[in-house]
Design a protein around this ligand. Sequence first.
Ligand SMILES: Nc1ncnc2c1ncn2[C@@H]1O[C@H](COP(=O)(O)OP(=O)(O)O)[C@@H](O)[C@H]1O
Ligand SMILES: [Mg+2]
Length: 344
Amino acid sequence: MLDTSENLEGTHIPATDQLAGAAIAARSLRRTFKGGIEAVRDIDLTVSAGEVFGFLGPNGAGKTTTVRMLCTLLPPTAGSATVAGLDVVADAAEVRRRIGVALQEIGLDPVQTGRELLELQCGLYGVTGQRARARTHELLELVGLTEAADRRTKTYSGGMKRRLDLASALVHSPGVLFLDEPTNGLDPASRLTIWDEVRRINAGGATVFLTTQYLEEADKLCDRLAIIDDGRIVAEGTPEQLKAEMGHDVVSVSVEGGNVAATEAALAGLPGLERVVAEADALALYVQDGAGSVAEIVRRLERDQIRAGAISVARPTLDDVFLKATGRRLEGQQQPGQATEVKS
Ligand SMILES: Nc1ncnc2c1ncn2[C@@H]1O[C@H](COP(=O)(O)OP(=O)(O)O)[C@@H](O)[C@H]1O
Ligand SMILES: [Mg+2]
């Protein structure tokens, strides 16, 4: 199917349904690999123009497979998708002109400089001469590589390579940018730099679709996100909506002297208590109203003469959302039983 799309170049096939207004839309999108592996199972999603949309999920969830289908690199087994109102199968060539793609594997020529790479990339999109030099200059500024522009890419750090890759996805000023785990494996400082760049690119008008395994990235960077697990979208919304739908806060009580069991007994039947997770020296209490529960927690601990350390109240995290939707914590993040480690 995909190969035939090249022959349709210049043939405009009007987007026929309600998906037309969205920057990205997928309906019942499915991909099955040989051996019956159902990598993506009937995904529905709509991304509005101008959004930073995140796809959050663990390894093997189906993130890359979805991105490859949306980028016309892999034909769907079933279902349909449009990007910029164009069908990813029937209008693949035109879709490719409208999108920028930075996939996980970075193939940089080590002896090329950053500037050379970007000028070459411009050439691939028909931008040449003075225009290519100007665009390269602009992109190097955008991703903060101006000073390193004339160094060979083999001298670049991991973060710099990602930023160069990001710049090379932007040479033709795409309206929609796909980033597959743009900060995977980077140190926290490099990650923040990439976030800044994604925000700047988005402020310049591009819709961004990114995948990530990092809760904080989904939370801080994305306007809206879908949580994907085992090929299915299990939750979708703004980070705030998703956390608010949890309907509870998490109160952490650190227990002095390791007397967790007695503390748990003292707090059993606390009004609004939904779940307790015990750790070596702390308890996490999932309650409907965190702030409103603190006084009663303190009263009960005093009653039973239990010396508690710090008590803190936190909103649920996206990891709690993931846990509720899948029964597991996100891989590489917290392990079961460590649920008391709550980030605000
Ligand atoms: N080309 C392929 N052939 C067979 N199975 C594949 C192929 N690509 C991915 N898969 C499988 O599909 C599932 C989803 O993979 P992927 O989309 O890469 O997940 P993610 O990007 O979320 O880690 C995994 O079980 C993976 O092993
Ligand atoms: Mg992947």
